[in-house]
Write a protein that binds this ligand. Structure first.
Ligand code: ZN
Length: 155
C-alpha cells in the first residue's frame, strides 16, 4: 500500500470515529441485532427499517474501537436506501477483501475500499467485520418473519 493510500485509510477511520454516520436509534426498527467482539471489547447494535427488499433506514449504537466504529458507520452509509441483496453482496466482498481472498482493486466496494488496509492487521479484522455480522443477523431475522407473510408457499 502506498503512503497516499495509507493516509486515506487513516483519515477515513478517524473522521468516521469522530463523527459516526447514522449513529443512534430508529423510531420504528423492523429488524435488529447486536454484535460483540470480546477480543477487542467492541459492542454494537444495528437497527434496520426494511420495507420489502429495501433498507429504508439504518442506525447503529454502542461502543467500539476506531476501526469498528468507522467500518459500521461506513456500512450504514453504503446500504441505506439500497436493496438487501446489495447489502449482502457488499458484505461478502468486504469480508473477502479483508481476509485476502479478493483483490481490493477488483472488488466493487466503493468508499469501503478505504478500509481495505485493515487486512494488514489480522487482529483488527473482527473489529471491521463486527457491524456487518450484526447486519447479517438482523437481515436473517427478517427472512424468518417474511416466511409467515408469504402467501401460498405450499408447505
Ligand atoms: Zn475493535
Amino acid at each position: 500500500m502506498s503512503s497516499a493510500e495509507d493516509d486515506l485509510y487513516q483519515q477515513v477511520v478517524l473522521e468516521h470515529k469522530r463523527a459516526p454516520r447514522n449513529f443512534g436509534h430508529l423510531a420504528h426498527p423492523t429488524h435488529q441485532a447486536r454484535g460483540t467482539n470480546p477480543s477487542c471489547g467492541d459492542r454494537i447494535a444495528v437497527e434496520l427499517e426494511l420495507q420489502g427488499e429495501q433498507v429504508r433506514d439504518v442506525a447503529f449504537s454502542g461502543q467500539g474501537c476506531a476501526i469498528c466504529m468507522a467500518s459500521t458507520s461506513m456500512m450504514t452509509e453504503a446500504i441505506k436506501g439500497r436493496d438487501v441483496a446489495h447489502a449482502q453482496a457488499l458484505q461478502q466482498h468486504f469480508r473477502a477483501v479483508l481476509t485476502g481472498e479478493e483483490d481490493p482493486d477488483e472488488a466493487p466496494l466503493g468508499k469501503l475500499v478505504a478500509l481495505a488496509g485493515v487486512n494488514r492487521y489480522p487482529n483488527r479484522i473482527k473489529c471491521a467485520l463486527l457491524g456487518w455480522h450484526a447486519l447479517m443477523h438482523a437481515i436473517a431475522g427478517q427472512d424468518g418473519a417474511a416466511t409467515t407473510e408469504t402467501p401460498g408457499t405450499g408447505e
